[in-house]
Design a protein around this ligand. Structure first.
Ligand code: ACO
Length: 331
């Protein structure tokens, strides 16, 4: 069974309610039909009767809950919650109502915040920033977590590296700037994500262009300092660095460059030193190795919200919904 089939199986075992707010896109409805048919999650679609009729035509949505944001008996509850959470940022009842009606992502996050849904998947026709921002503003981070980050679960075919070709790579999607403290937190969150999705022990490599002092630069120091913080804060997680990618993955290189490391040569969780490196790195693996790239999956949010690529297919939405449902089971 492939990775995503196992995740669907897990999702089916304890069915969660996931909101799909992009009723302006036919892929949403195609995915909803498949999710309901396969019993992966309960689905809430947000849209006006016109939007649902226009884009959902021909799909069997009989098991879905449809919420019309202009005519929903729960709407006042969501407006009140929005104002309660954001009055200090100038949100009035009028602004709340208008924002929710214009951007259904806010509506979806408020449904989660009020306990009417367990997670959200969006981004087939919205940028990553516009998908993530409402979640950051309304749902916030898990207790004790400072920053949300985004990982990809990479499934590399015919690969004996990592966990039989499975890797978590982060941060590939969210944080534009990171310092050592944030990098250490990303390492811990990524380790937790690897454990919960792959079910094996994470071995976290903190990547750099230097291995164990082979180069000297502030960029390298940022990573070595992150490793020091991570060892201090998360002593139970296997983390090592700074490591070059080959030293992280390949035994023979690890023996030369980082002898004695329990991570080098065996890494399955790769933490990149910048968003450029992470975003370019996962796409290289996806395109050149023809790997499946599941994500970006957000880690560190108080409730699961996940983004889609704008080039996604309905099947990709189904996969991300299954992952979101599994995250919701673990909340
Ligand atoms: N973790 C937790 N909270 C955060 C984070 C974070 N990483 N970033 C911002 N926030 C919070 C802020 O504290 C703020 O909270 P507040 O309003 O209660 O004070 C709120 O989110 C909004 O913050 P802003 O700084 O106004 O939001 P910004 O406009 O910077 O958006 C975002 C944040 C969307 C994550 C931005 O950093 C971004 O666009 N990142 C890059 C996304 C991207 O383009 N990725 C690459 C493409 S993805 C791909 O290829 C798969």
């Amino acid at each position: 069974m492939g990775f995503i089939d196992e995740i669907k199986e897990k999702a089916r075992a304890d069915r969660k309610t996931i909101v799909l707010p992009e009723s302006m896109d036919k892929r949403t409805f195609e995915a909803a039909e498949k999710i309901l048919k396969e019993g992966i999650a309960n689905i809430v679609l947000i849209g006006t009767p016109e939007e649902i009729e226009k884009n959902g035509e021909g799909f069997d949505l009989s098991g879905a809950q449809i919420v019309d944001p202009f005519n929903d008996p729960n709407k006042q509850k969501y407006i009140d919650k929005f104002v309660e959470l954001r009055a200090n940022k100038g949100v009035t009842p009028e602004i709340a109502k208008e924002t929710m009606e214009q951007d259904y992502m806010f509506y979806a996050c408020l449904m989660c915040k009020c306990g009417d849904a367990d997670g959200v998947v969006s981004g087939a026709c919205h940028s990553t920033g516009n998908t993530i921002r409402p979640a950051l503003q309304l749902l916030k981070t898990k207790p004790g977590i400072k920053s949300v980050s985004g990982f990809f679960l990479m499934e590399v075919p015919d690969c004996d590296l990592g966990e039989h070709g499975l890797f978590v790579m982060a941060d590939c999607a969210v944080n534009v700037d990171f310092d050592s403290e944030k990098l250490a937190e990303i390492a811990a969150l990524s380790a937790e994500s690897f454990r919960s999705f792959v079910g094996a022990e994470p071995k976290v490599a903190m990547l750099s262009y230097s291995t164990k002092g082979s180069a000297k630069h502030d960029d390298v120091t940022k990573v070595t300092e992150a490793v020091r913080i991570a060892h201090e804060k998360y002593p139970d997680i296997k983390i090592d660095g700074e490591l070059q990618l080959d030293a992280a993955l390949v035994q023979t290189v690890a023996e030369l460059k980082a002898p004695g490391s329990e991570v080098a040569g065996n890494a399955n969780t790769l933490v990149f030193p910048s968003l450029e490196a992470g975003n370019i790195g996962y796409k290289l693996v996806q395109r050149l190795a023809k790997a499946n790239a599941y994500g970006p999956v957000l880690q560190g949010l108080a409730m699961p919200v996940n983004d889609l690529s704008r080039g996604c297919y309905a099947d990709d939405i189904v996969g991300v919904v299954a992952m979101t449902a599994v995250q919701a089971q673990q909340q």
